[in-house]
Every structure is written in structure tokens, then in C-alpha cells.
Design a protein around this ligand. Structure first.
Ligand code: GEK
Length: 243
């Protein structure tokens, strides 16, 4: 197989120094393979977002995909909302990711691809906001403010889709889920070396919260209904609804 076949080999060779993980050009070029083989249920998470769009997007409203990477969630929403007059705004601060997003052929609702920081994105008149595996990359102290701005920018009946890797407060459960997750990555073709080098690269870059932290924060911000609609080992997805 050639090296530019889209296969994630970022951590396959022993590195003399494992640097902090970045969403750079190398990662963007293999990202689809990387995320599909690293997140249990990734394709189901995307399908769930499409399904939510079908139910919750309202005419003349906006959909925000925050930390859109290659734009997979936005593409599904665009397809699902082709008969609704709405705007889809997809934001990522990785120039390499947004450059690739701009290559997608138009289809369904048109998508505004924005290279920018989600901490500075104005959110208004939103029916759906997607944070699919993105909040975990913000510093923990920055998370409540972003979630509050999302809540404030949602229309009544609007939703936040929040998918995250989580940590467990119970040490035994945490250890077991970590073991199972590593087993999952092996079944997806990653070697022990790749798994451990990627884990080191993500240390202090991806900082997971616990289920309790997520629920309490969403509740205290004011979301009226909070459901954990998906869990695969240490990955979860919440549907949070503003009444
Ligand atoms: C998917 N949602 O495929 N501002 C903008 N983008 C950011 C920021 C920030 N402050 N911090 C991180 N990102 C996608 C998958 S990946 C998840 C999301 C993962 C971006 C970062 O550049 C990357 O593209 C994305 O958030 C996280 O449905 O790689 O595990």
C-alpha cells in the first residue's frame, strides 16, 4: 500500500520524541481513517446527527458544526435539510481541515466553511449545534463559557449534540474501559506502539470530563432535557434540549 492511501500511519514508526497532538496537514490528510478507526461508533454518531437534523432543524434557523474537521456531520445535515431554508455554519481552526472541506462538491443545503476558533464564533438563531468530539480539546475552564454561549444562541426547542470521550470516576471502571478501548483500537488495526504514542501525544491536549461533570454542567447552564443517547466504552453522546 502506498503512503498516500489515506491510511493513518501517523504514530506507526517509533518517534524519538512524541510531540503534542496537532490537527495539522499530515493529520488532516488521513483524518477520515484516523477517526473512523479510533472512535467506537463514529459512523453511528454521524447518522444520529443526521437524524436529529431531520427532527430539530427549523426553517430560517442556523445549524452550527463546531470543530467540524472534514465536515462529515455538516454534509449529513446538508443532505437531510435540502428542503428546509436554513444556514449551516461549519467551523474549525485547522486551516488544513477547512481547506479539504472546501473541496466537497455542493449538495443539499450549502455549507459555510469557516476557518476560526469556536471560542470566538457568534452563535445565534440556532436550532442545532453540534460539538462532535470537540469540547474535549478546549481547556476545561473554557468549556462552561462556550456551552453557555451555545445555550444562549439556541432558539426554544433547539438542541446541542455533544459527543465526547469520557473518564470514569470509579477507578476500576476507568481501568476496565481503557483496557476495552485499547482492545477496540487493536481490532481496528492499530499496533501497541501506535496506541501508546498517540495516547502520549494526546496527554494534556484531549482532557476528558466525566459523565457526571457533563450532565451537571449542561443542567446548570439550563438545558431542560439531557439524554445520553450513545455510549461505546469510554465514548458518549448527549442530546441536550432547550425548552
Ligand atoms: C467530526 N466534529 O468528524 N476552534 C475550532 N476548532 C477546534 C478548536 C477550536 N478552539 N479546538 C479543536 N478544534 C468532527 C470531529 S475532531 C475530534 C472533531 C477528534 C477542532 C480540531 O481542529 C479538530 O478538527 C476538531 O476540533 C476535533 O464529526 O479528532 O477526536
Amino acid at each position: 500500500m502506498s503512503e498516500d492511501d489515506g491510511r493513518d500511519r501517523v504514530f506507526s514508526r517509533r518517534l524519538s520524541e512524541v510531540k503534542a497532538f496537532e490537527f495539522n496537514e499530515t493529520v488532516a490528510s488521513v483524518f477520515q481513517d484516523m477517526i473512523s478507526r479510533s472512535v467506537p461508533g463514529y459512523s453511528l454518531l454521524l447518522r444520529m446527527i443526521g437524524l436529529y437534523a431531520d427532527i430539530f432543524v427549523t426553517p430560517a434557523s442556523r445549524v452550527y458544526d463546531l470543530g467540524c474537521s472534514l465536515g462529515e456531520a455538516s454534509l449529513l445535515v446538508a443532505d437531510q435539510t435540502r428542503d428546509i431554508d436554513c444556514r449551516i455554519i461549519a467551523v474549525d481552526n485547522s486551516a488544513a481541515m477547512i481547506e479539504q472541506c472546501r473541496q466537497h462538491p455542493p449538495g443539499g443545503t450549502s455549507i459555510e466553511w469557516c476557518c476560526g476558533d469556536i471560542r470566538d464564533t457568534t452563535i445565534e438563531n440556532a436550532s442545532v449545534v453540534v460539538l462532535n468530539l470537540t469540547l474535549q480539546f478546549l481547556q476545561p475552564e473554557e468549556r462552561p463559557a462556550l456551552l453557555q454561549r451555545i445555550f444562549d444562541g439556541l432558539n426554544p426547542g433547539g438542541i446541542l449534540v455533544l459527543s465526547e470521550k469520557i473518564v470514569f470516576e470509579d477507578a476500576t471502571e476507568n481501568e476496565r474501559m481503557t483496557q476495552l478501548y485499547q482492545g477496540f483500537k487493536k481490532t481496528m488495526g492499530y499496533s501497541d506502539l501506535e496506541i501508546s504514542q498517540k495516547r502520549n501525544a494526546l496527554e494534556n491536549v484531549l482532557i476528558p470530563d466525566s459523565d457526571q461533570q457533563h450532565r451537571q454542567r449542561l443542567e446548570s447552564i439550563g438545558f431542560d432535557e439531557i439524554y445520553q443517547c450513545f455510549r461505546g466504552f469510554n465514548f458518549v453522546s448527549y442530546l441536550a434540549i432547550k425548552a
